[in-house]
Design a protein around this ligand. Structure first.
Ligand SMILES: [Zn+2]
Length: 157
C-alpha cells in the first residue's frame, strides 16, 4: 500500500471546538464579557487539537481482519494508542453498540472476537434508525450524516 505510513489522525483548527449550545460549557472564567470575547477566551483553553477520524475509518474498514495485524499497523501510525480503545472494547463489559466521539459523531462499537478478529458489537445498527439529539449539530454515524431530522421532544403533561 502506498499510503501505508500516513498518520491515522490529523491536526484540526482548535477554534472549531467549544462553540456549541453551551451545555456543559465552562464560562466561569469569562464572566461579564460579551459573546465575542467568550469565543476568543475559549481559544486560550487549548484542546489537544487532534482528530482521529482517519483511525476510526481505518478500524471500520478492517472489521473481520486479524486483530494483531490491525493493531500493529494502527499503532505505528498513531501518536498514542489510547484512541484505538475509544472504539475497540478492551473487555466484554466495555462493549457498546455505538460510541460517541466529540459532540455528535457516532461510530460502531468494536471488539475482538474469539478468533482474534475485529468485529462489530451490533451489526444491526443503521444510520436510518438514529435520532439526532439536537438541531444545531450535524450528527454522523461512521461518517454518514443522519437521515432523520431532529424532533423536539413533545411537552409531556
Ligand atoms: Zn447541537
Amino acid at each position: 500500500m502506498v499510503q501505508h505510513d500516513r498518520p491515522l489522525y490529523r491536526r484540526v483548527n482548535t477554534t472549531a471546538y467549544g462553540v456549541h449550545h453551551g451545555r456543559g460549557g465552562d464560562y466561569s472564567s469569562s464572566r461579564g464579557t460579551d459573546d465575542r470575547f467568550d469565543r476568543g477566551a475559549m481559544r486560550g483553553k487549548r484542546q489537544r487539537g487532534l482528530d482521529y477520524t482517519p483511525l476510526f475509518k481505518f478500524l471500520l474498514s478492517r472489521v473481520g481482519d486479524d486483530w494483531d495485524e490491525v493493531y500493529r499497523v494502527a499503532v505505528r501510525r498513531l501518536d498514542r494508542e489510547e484512541p484505538i480503545y475509544w472504539l475497540v472494547a478492551r473487555s466484554i463489559s466495555d462493549r457498546q453498540p455505538r460510541v460517541r466521539i466529540g459532540e455528535s459523531s457516532y461510530y460502531s462499537g468494536l471488539y475482538v472476537d474469539q478468533d482474534n478478529r475485529l468485529a462489530v458489537v451490533d451489526p444491526s445498527l443503521r444510520v436510518e434508525d438514529m435520532q439526532p439529539s439536537c438541531a444545531c449539530c450535524t450528527h454522523t454515524f461512521n461518517g454518514v450524516t443522519f437521515t432523520r431530522k431532529y424532533e423536539a421532544s413533545k411537552i409531556g403533561a
